[in-house]
Write a protein that binds this ligand. Structure first.
Ligand SMILES: [Zn+2]
Length: 474
């Protein structure tokens, strides 16, 4: 009997540790059916960082799941909690990443200070609550870095809803926001006359997403709404190519000095435009043909809607934004510097382990599959280096974007052929080379849209995406 009791309490404790605290917090007891957006400035250098409040505003109805307020996935570089001040009980939590989090690793942060405007969104508290922000340290654990007492009755809170002047195009509507994943699409660089084109691009975004698993099978779990933000002139800003534009959301190519990395630093304007509709995830479609984009976990994606690879850009960047998926590629030069100490990353699609029991997706690996799994890496590396050199040469010669696209297409053809013919193609395993490291980090399949410009996610990525969809729908 005693043993059974022990066993039972062990099972109970294990369950409590694994399951998200579902139902533990009754939404109505603590929150109103509205979204509070807390804006703050994130300031610092490579050495230090500081947080300071800007304001709190009403961001419209609460689009998130009311039964899953606690984020059990704990992804991202940062994490925030809304706590009951008296007891410390966590009422809401969410992981996220930020432009600051990338910027602080760039050489610029060693030379000068940076200040970035950021927002946290949570359900509107009925009483005072304590906000705590945590940051992931080198050992991958979260440490508290800032806290702030949020008083909904304070004069720093503006409860008035914003009336934006933008019209909305409904791309896909499958149900009430609180039970669906709500994506907002924002137009950037489309003039008033070009809004027809934006609506077509918005439809194409949905088509690209819903033709890729697991989004395809779970299409009914999504709402997609497009907010039409007219720009004064057509196209985006390209400082490296001496093409200068002032667009409505101030998104620009050339982030961190990287020609094809596009980000918008004007967080307030982007957030205000997004708040036109209920949303959790944001995609900024850029009216531009130059290959480029970006994706940050729980912030937004940017993607060039007129480039030949727009479908790839939408889905790949959305993988970063939605499920905090790591890049699985390792050959291309990246804008930010990676530390040399390789610890197990938090991202669900990469691992440093080669033991089945320790690999995040180990349960999906067949007993017969060798670990690490051979995949003809040397030949792939050789080909990648050739393409890289050619690309550098073409960039120096300032060849047209069409010629660059042709090179990317040839590269994709070769990679598709090669990776589908390697000895363990189609098997889940541990394939070395991922996350900007050619050694010591492994991915789950030879090919994935986080690795090459292919059209599908690997098994580990698919599972991570499903976990996030569940968090917003079930
Ligand atoms: Zn993957």
């Amino acid at each position: 009997m005693k043993r059974i009791m022990y066993f039972f309490s062990f099972v109970l404790i294990s369950l409590l540790m694994v399951l998200p605290a579902r139902g533990d917090v009754n939404f109505q007891d603590y929150f109103k059916d509205q979204t509070m957006r807390l804006d703050y400035y994130h300031t610092g250098t490579a050495e230090e960082e500081h947080f300071s409040l800007d304001k709190m505003v009403n961001d419209g109805i609460w689009a998130g799941n009311k039964d899953q307020l606690i984020d059990g996935l704990r992804l991202g570089k940062y994490f925030f909690e809304i706590q009951e001040p008296e007891t410390g009980k966590v009422l809401y939590s969410r992981g996220y990443s930020s432009i600051y989090g990338e910027w602080e690793t760039t050489p610029e942060a060693k030379e000068e200070w940076g200040v970035f405007h950021e927002s946290l969104r949570f359900p509107w508290p009925r009483q005072k609550v304590k906000l705590v922000i945590y940051k992931r340290k080198a050992d991958q654990k979260f440490d508290p870095v800032w806290d702030y007492m949020v008083d909904p009755a304070s004069r720093k809170v503006n409860p008035a809803e914003l009336q934006t002047p933008y019209s909305v195009y409904n791309v896909a509507e499958h149900g009430k926001p609180e039970n669906k994943v709500d994506i907002v699409l924002l137009s950037e660089g489309y003039t008033r006359e070009e809004m027809d084109e934006f609506r077509k691009d918005a439809d194409q975004f949905a088509e690209a997403l819903f033709s890729t698993e697991p989004f395809a099978s779970r299409k009914e779990d999504f709402n997609i709404r497009a907010v039409q933000v007219p720009a004064p002139n057509s196209g985006l800003n390209h400082p490296q190519q001496d093409i200068y534009k002032r667009s409505a959301l101030s998104v620009s190519y050339g982030a961190f000095g990287s020609q094809r990395y596009a980000l918008g630093y004007d967080n307030k304007t982007i957030r205000d435009a997004a708040s036109t509709v209920p949303y959790e995830f944001t995609a900024i479609l850029m009216n531009d043909s130059i290959y480029g984009g970006g994706g940050i976990y729980n912030l937004y994606i940017t993607a060039a809607a007129d480039n030949a690879f727009h479908e790839y850009l939408y889905v790949h960047e959305f993988g970063h934004h939605f499920a905090s998926l790591a890049d699985e590629y390792y050959t291309s030069a990246t804008a930010y510097e990676m530390g040399s100490d390789v610890v197990e990353p938090y991202q669900l699609n990469v691992t440093t382990h080669t033991e089945k029991s320790k690999i995040k997706w180990g349960d999906l690996i067949d007993e017969q599959t060798p670990l690490p799994t051979p995949w003809g890496k040397e030949k792939f590396n050789q080909h990648s280096r050739q393409i890289q050199q050619k690309r550098e040469q073409m960039r120096k010669e300032k060849v047209s974007e069409k010629k660059m696209e042709a090179l990317f297409k040839k590269q994709r053809e070769w990679e598709e052929d090669y990776l589908s013919s390697v000895p363990h193609a189609g098997e889940v395993g541990a394939y070395e080379g991922a996350m900007y490291h050619s050694e010591g980090i492994y991915r789950s399949e030879p090919n994935c849209i986080m690795f090459t410009r292919t059209d599908h996610f690997c098994a580990a990525c698919q599972r991570a995406i499903n976990m996030v969809i569940d968090q917003y729908t079930q």
